[in-house]
Design a binder for this molecule. Sequence first.
Ligand SMILES: C[S@@+](CC[C@H](N)C(=O)[O-])C[C@H]1O[C@@H](n2cnc3c(N)ncnc32)[C@H](O)[C@@H]1O
Length: 364
Amino acid sequence: MSCVQEDSKMVTGSDGLATEKSDVESSATEKSALPFYDQHYFSSYDHFGIHEEMLKDQVRTLSYKNAILKNKNLFKDKIVLDVGCGTGILSMFAVRAGAKHVIAVDMSNIIGMARKIVDLNGLGDKITLLQGKLEDVELPFPEVDIIISEWMGYFLLYESMLDTVLIARDRYLKKGGLIFPDKASIHIAGIEDSNYKEEKIHYWENVYGFDYSPFIDIAMAEPLVDTVENNSIVTTSSKLIDLDLNTVTIKELAFYNDFKLVATRDDSVHAFIAWFNIEFPAEDNASKIVFSTGPQAHYTHWKQTVFYMDQVLDVKRDEVIHGSLASRPNTKNPRELDVEIKWNFKDAFDGSRSQAGKYDYFMR
Ligand SMILES: C[S@@+](CC[C@H](N)C(=O)[O-])C[C@H]1O[C@@H](n2cnc3c(N)ncnc32)[C@H](O)[C@@H]1O
């Protein structure tokens, strides 16, 4: 089958934005009819810089490459759907692994670049590129054997792109079909972070001699996406949620779970950090690919997500922090997340260090 869409006449402007000259009408989705947050979301993927960052994230991109190419038997002669193909990298890995045909879908104008790249690499007859929201496009095949997608956002669920993958699964995946990746989990731990908390939060108490403290609430409520040194972790970690993409529902992506963290040394806990782990299906253990975005692992562009507390917990080794975390898409903008964390720490001695609290965070 040949590429159903003609050369897009894509140009990249001096601002780096990929813009379509004449192919916009070929999109299955009218962008201007989308809610403002979706227009903004898809526009953010028009720019080549975000794709450069993702492609250069070797942990991310090599994990997909290895998960696909080390499992050629799973891909051989299969029909594959790439949900949110971006520049087409995962689609091209799938063809290299022997897929019979790949349908690559993306709403963003970056798909014009994907068309050029796919053609340039001689894969135009193997990859059908469709512009539009996955929810709106009409696929040239009624069913697919495999879905590949890189949908993960900060704190795993920011952007809510997993919803789209689950819609694709329910509409198009053959019974017994595979999803790459198919497992994801979110983890939490407590960190000592006095220096950075001073810089990010307490900074606003005195800005060149003026009281800027109204910023403190905002700085606290917006979790920080940053790299955390592994030696800042002062508690054990706890798994907040385990997602099996073969079965999870969109509703279950709004979750509430308890956690228990045990102090691993005498120290202060200023914040919680969260990260996620990812697993791909495999023919056997030798070809199984997993990766982590935790502080113990190599750097990824997802870094870690830091939630500062408005208290400092002074813990002694083996003391326990009980807590809970609730995460749900924001009602006004479902690409954003509202997160509530509660903690309850009872010291093991006279109760003088015991503290309980709660904070509402917004991932905007
Ligand atoms: C994280 S990027 C991944 C790009 C590429 N697959 C890669 O791995 O480099 C996600 C892409 O999915 C696209 N996308 C997100 N939601 C979509 C939807 N509902 N329909 C079509 N494309 C979508 C975005 O425009 C973006 O290009």
